[in-house]
Design a protein around this ligand. Structure first.
Ligand SMILES: NC(=O)c1ccc[n+]([C@@H]2O[C@H](COP(=O)([O-])OP(=O)(O)OC[C@H]3O[C@@H](n4cnc5c(N)ncnc54)[C@H](OP(=O)(O)O)[C@@H]3O)[C@@H](O)[C@H]2O)c1
Length: 321
């Protein structure tokens, strides 16, 4: 079980925000009933895991689900990346130390590694499960074919099956709906989705023709690179038109966006990011909200052809990064 709203610390912990702001956000999440926390070895060059480990220290371990990931480079060497047995085992041990825990609840392949035989990757994950260092295994941004292959090999070899996929999913980015969700529904794999408010864009705070607000992700030297592709006037104008839809539902725009991803029955959790505790409080209120069909239709009408749905947009680097 995971909490419907999960808290993630990409770009924020160890990078965009100071440690006290990070702790305040984690406390706000815990106070609101969030029990699932998502990070990765690569976030802030490994610092994000350390910040989260300190922020969660003293919590009842049984009351938390801690998820982390492996794949992107964490050092200069050829084996500091990817999904080889060597890197998976080494990176998992380093993550456990930084997170100050004996095991992670969910260990995720952060992309697909075309340079490692899939069987080697799955066997290394399975070894970690058997050693009690990882309780469940998941993937992130794998294609439906890659997920199907992993499930087939796990069945043939008796390996632990993957239980979750972590894809990007929002009103604007729906690429999992065509192939991945139907497969995962059939196979009992849940989606733990990232960037449900499109990194802040769906809050409506980025206005067409205006500079981004001070202190927002768009003004952050590293975060700005990830969000800038969405900061065009057509998209931002349409997002402003979602405000009356949110108002009519009695929701903030962030709540509308998070509630939207949670309407998909294959979505187990939405991972929210935050730079301040007020955002956490705003966002967690999306839990349990039911959106009527006419609301969903109004959203589709506003966003029109800006919505991206092509399944081919799910992709990992062709070679190790
Ligand atoms: N698997 C992957 O490849 C992958 C990739 C990306 C993310 N993730 C996971 O998903 C998590 C969430 O991603 P994300 O941070 O992009 O998610 P997001 O929830 O779409 O965006 C979060 C950002 O939006 C702004 N924000 C949040 N709530 C707000 C509110 N109520 N009002 C105004 N602004 C608000 C904050 O940035 P500012 O205050 O700075 O504007 C916050 O840091 C990550 O931490 C990570 O765990 C995974």
């Amino acid at each position: 079980m995971v909490s419907e709203i999960a808290y993630g610390n990409w770009i924020t912990h160890g990078s965009q925000v100071e440690e006290d702001a990070a702790r305040a956000c984690v406390e706000a999440a815990l106070d609101a009933g969030v029990t699932t926390f998502d990070t990765a070895d690569v976030y802030a060059q490994t610092r994000a895991e350390s910040v989260l480990g300190r922020a969660l220290a003293g919590q009842r371990r049984e009351g938390l689900e801690i998820a982390t990931k492996v794949y992107w480079p964490t050092g200069p060497g050829a084996n500091d990346r990817g999904l080889s047995r060597k890197h998976i085992i080494e990176s998992c041990h380093a993550s456990l130390q930084r997170l100050k825990t004996d095991y992670v609840d969910l260990y995720q392949a952060h992309r697909y590694d075309a340079e490692t035989p899939l069987e080697e990757t799955l066997r290394a994950f399975d070894d970690l499960v058997r050693a009690g260092k990882v309780l469940y295994v998941g993937v992130s941004e794998w294609t439906s074919q890659q997920i199907a292959d992993a499930l087939r090999i796990a069945g043939e070899m008796g390996f632990d099956r993957i239980v979750s996929n972590q894809p990007q999913y929002s009103m604007l980015w729906r690429v999992i709906e065509g192939e991945i969700v139907p497969l995962c529904e059939k196979e009992g794999v849940g989606q733990i989705v990232w960037s449900p408010i499109a990194q802040g864009v769906l809050t409506g705070k980025y206005k067409p023709g205006e500079q981004p607000p001070a202190g927002s992700r768009a003004t952050d030297p590293s975060g700005g690179n990830f969000i800038k592709v969405m900061l065009n006037d057509d998209l931002l104008t349409r997002v402003q038109q979602l405000k009356p839809v949110a108002d009519d539902c009695g929701l903030s725009m962030a709540q509308l966006a998070i509630a939207w991803v949670l309407q998909n029955p294959n979505v187990s959790a939405a991972i929210i990011g935050a730079t301040r505790p007020e955002q956490v409080k705003d966002n967690v209120a999306a839990s349990g909200v039911k959106l009527d069909r006419d609301v969903l239709e109004r959203i589709d009408g506003v966003l029109g052809e800006t919505v991206i749905s092509d399944p081919a947009r799910t992709a990992s680097p062709p070679t190790r990064p």
